[in-house]
Design a protein around this ligand. Sequence first.
Ligand SMILES: [Ca+2]
Ligand SMILES: [Ca+2]
Ligand SMILES: [Ca+2]
Ligand SMILES: [Ca+2]
Length: 584
Amino acid sequence: MKKLIYPIALILTAFLILYSCSPEEETQAPTSTVQSTTPEPEPQAPSQYNLTVTAGEGGAVSTEGGTYDEGTEVTIIATPNEGYIFIGWDGLDNEESELTINLNSNQSLVASFEKLNYTIQEYQFLLNTEISEGSYIENIARMFSFNAIASTFTYEFNGKHYLLIAGDVCGAGECQDAETAFENVPPMSSILFGYEPSTGWKFIKHFPEAKTWNIRNLDKKGNFIVMGDGNEIGPHPDNWYGNAFIGEIVDDDILWSKINNDGTMSYQHDISIGDVDGDNDLDVIVAPLNGVFVNNSGSFSLEDKLNYFDAEGLDIGIDYGVDLNEEELLSSLGLSVQIDDLDNDGVNEIIFSEFYTYVFKKINSKYEVFWKGDSKLLYPEWEVSNLGVPIPIASTMIEIDDFNNDGIKDMIISREYVPQETFADNSDDWHSFDVWIGNGDSTFNPQSVTKLSFDIIVREFRLMDVNNDGYKDVILKSNFGYFTYDRETTDSGYNFDIFNENPKGIILNELVYINQGNGNFIQYDEKKLYIDGIKPYKIIPYMRNDKLHFIGFSYDKIPTGYNSSVELIDGKVPIFFYDIEMDL
Ligand SMILES: [Ca+2]
Ligand SMILES: [Ca+2]
Ligand SMILES: [Ca+2]
Ligand SMILES: [Ca+2]
C-alpha cells in the first residue's frame, strides 16, 4: 500500500504547489525574473502571509490573526474557560499557552482545550507540635507524606465524614538502626479530621491513647473500628511487633482502648472484628493468627487458637513437603483475615487468605475448614517452586460484598507483589485483586482477576459505587505510584524527584475500576481524570454527596522521608491537603 500512496502524494503535492500560490506571489514571480539582469534590484515589497487563530471548545485566544508581513512576530495567548485546561496547539508541537510565531507562511492555529472533570478545595492546617508528644515533630509531617497509605481511613458517622490518620513513625530517622519498634522508637498519636458542610475539613483532635508505629489495616463493624499495627521496623521479621486498638465512634470522638497487652503484641498484617464465641460481643482476630482476642464486656483476653480452630483439612504443609503440627498450620493461614456471616445464618464465618483462601465455619464448638479457594483457578500462570507447588503470596485485604447484586455475599482479595515470573506477559511485579462470587452457602466460584499497572503502589482499596449504577466499584488507595500528567511515575526506582520537577498534574484513572455488573472490573476510561497543577503524595478516596472524592496531601509544602526537617509556621506544623470532587 505504501508504494501506491507515495506517487499519489507526489502528484497531489505538485498540484497544490501549482495552484495554491497567492495573488501576491503570482504578480511578484515575473518581476523577479526580469530583475535578474538589472544591476540594482529594486527593494522587494515584503511578502505577506495570513495567520488564522481559532479557539477550540472551552477557551479563547488573544487574536484571530490577520495578514502580516513576512517575518512578523506574532504573540498569541490561549486562555481556558473555567473548568477547562489548555492542552496545546493543533498542528504545532507546542503546549505553551503563550506562543510567539515568526510568520514565514500562511498558518492556521487552533488552540485545544480539555474539560476538567473535577472541582477542588484546598486547605491548610497548622497543627500543634504537641500532637507528637513523646515522638518526633517530623512524624506529624510524615503522616501526610507518601508513607503509610494503609494508615489512613475515612468513615461516616451520623452522615458526617471523618478522616482518621493512624500514628506513623520513622520521620526523624529513629527507625534506621532500631532492632524492633519498641526499642528507641516511640509510637505516634493518631489524629482525626471531620468534614463540616459549611466550612469543609477541620482538624478535630489527636489521640495520645492510640499511639501506633504503623497501622496496616483496619476493620469497622457498626460504630466499632479496629486497627492493627503491622510495622516492619528492624531487620528481622521475628522482631516485628505492634499493638491492636479498638475504638468506639461517638460523634466527633473515638474512644480507644488497647486490645492486647505487652505480652501479647504481634505482627498484625490484617485485623477483623466480629463475634466469634456467640455472646454477641465483638471479638478480634489478627493475621497472622495468634489466637482469638475474646471480648469480655469490653476488655480483651487472647485465647489459645486451638480452643477455637480445628486444623483438620489444612494441607498447607503438604504442598511444601513440610510436616506442620496443628498449631503451626493455624499460624500459616496467611496475612489477611475477615470475619463475616457469609451465609446469613447469624453465625460468623472466618476467612483467611494467602495463596489458598480458607473459609472456616463454626461446626459444633470449633471453627473448621469448610471451603478452600485455589488461586491457581484465577492465576493459572502462577509461579511454582521447584517442588512443583505454588509460591505463596501476600494477600493484603479481604472484603465481603455483593458484586453482582444477587443478594449473596461475594469476596474480593487484594494481592501485593505477585512474583515477577508469575505473569508471562510482563517481567515486572504486579499488584492485583481477584473476585470470587458467592454461592450463598459460604462457598465461592472464581470470577475475575484485575491486574494493576506495576506503576501503581497500592496496599488497600475501597468499595464504593462511584458511577452510581448500583454496583460496587473498586477504588485504590495509592501513594507515590499514580501517574503524573506526563506519565512519569514516582514508583519506578522510587523516583521521588519527579515531584520536584513540577509536573503539571496527576491522572487518577488508574485508581478507579468499574464493576461490569458481574464482578469483573475494568479501569475507568470514560473521561480523563486529570487534576491540574497539584502533586499530592498520597490519595485517599471517599464518597460524599454520591460523588467520588479524593483527599490528597500535598508534597511540595510538606517535608517527607527520613530526617526531613519541618519548617514551622508560628511554631506549628503546616499541613496542606486537597479535597478533589470528581465528576465521573
Ligand atoms: Ca464475642
Ligand atoms: Ca454464617
Ligand atoms: Ca453476589
Ligand atoms: Ca458502580
